[in-house]
Design a protein around this ligand. Structure first.
Ligand SMILES: [Zn+2]
Length: 249
């Protein structure tokens, strides 16, 4: 095979050049491959979507301020308060009364734990640019469907604030644990995921809305055991604050 010596593709220099080009291409492939140094891709908004903390932009927050952890603040919206009655049952039981009773108990519990907490109305003027560790709006579901039972929690759809997911998870877990109610996942509506307050609060304020139960099937629970509902929400918020503290370390 000596004749190959005269062909350029057989020369040692050319082979070296080819090897170098391949190595360079491989390096480019590694650079572009998923998990490499590319910008993190947006996660889908499914129930289980997890946005890795490292993908979040580094930004100052209430918790990560130079003043440490002393500035924790929570806002609780008593759904429909100061606006309308919300859902109304045939006998006159109103959603706003259910919401207000539970919201008041949550505020008392958080304040008892030394957490600065604001009780807010549905369209409270303080919501504009509201800066807090968390904002939770308390609502109850309609008095229409005899078979519908359970609660649900949602945050702003399409949000890149990873804290929202953590807040929803903590509330869901602890509310279910305390109340024994099932999660009624198929009735999460646009009104919940595009809840007006989510677009009013400061972007770094984690926000969630909870529908504490259905006013027909869960009526006895909602009207006679608001303390249990309040315990579940309070513990969910405490869980969220703990997680934020851990992340900030
Ligand atoms: Zn409502």
């Amino acid at each position: 095979m000596t004749g190959m010596r005269n062909k350029p593709w057989a020369s040692p220099l050319y082979v070296l050049y080819l090897a170098g080009a391949m190595a360079a291409m491989f390096a480019v492939y590694l650079w572009l491959a998923p998990g490499g140094h590319t910008a993190p891709q947006a996660q889908t908004e499914g129930e289980l979507a997890i946005i890795p903390p490292k993908a979040m932009p580094v930004a100052p927050s209430v918790l990560r301020s130079s003043q440490g952890f002393g500035r924790i603040r929570v806002g609780i919206i008593a759904g429909h308060a100061g606006f309308d009655s919300g859902a109304v049952c045939d006998d006159g039981l109103t959603e706003v009364s259910v919401n207000t009773s539970i919201a008041g108990l949550v505020v008392n519990r958080l304040q008892r734990e030394g957490i600065a907490t604001d009780l807010l109305k549905e369209f409270d003027p303080r919501l504009e640019g509201y800066v807090a560790t968390a904002l939770v709006s308390i609502h109850a579901d309609s008095c229409i469907y005899p078979e519908a039972t359970g609660f649900k929690v949602a945050s702003l759809e399409g949000s890149t604030n990873a804290a929202n997911r953590s807040l929803v998870d903590c509330l869901t877990r602890h509310y279910a644990e305390r109340t024994g109610l099932p999660f009624h996942e198929h009735s999460i509506t646009y009104d919940m995921t595009q809840y007006h307050a989510f677009n009013e609060i400061a972007p770094l304020t984690a926000g969630a809305i909870i529908e504490v139960g259905f006013m027909l099937a869960d009526r006895v629970f909602l009207t006679t055991q608001p303390e249990l509902a309040a315990d579940g929400i309070t513990e969910g918020i405490q869980c969220f604050i703990r997680e934020q503290r851990l992340q900030a370390q």
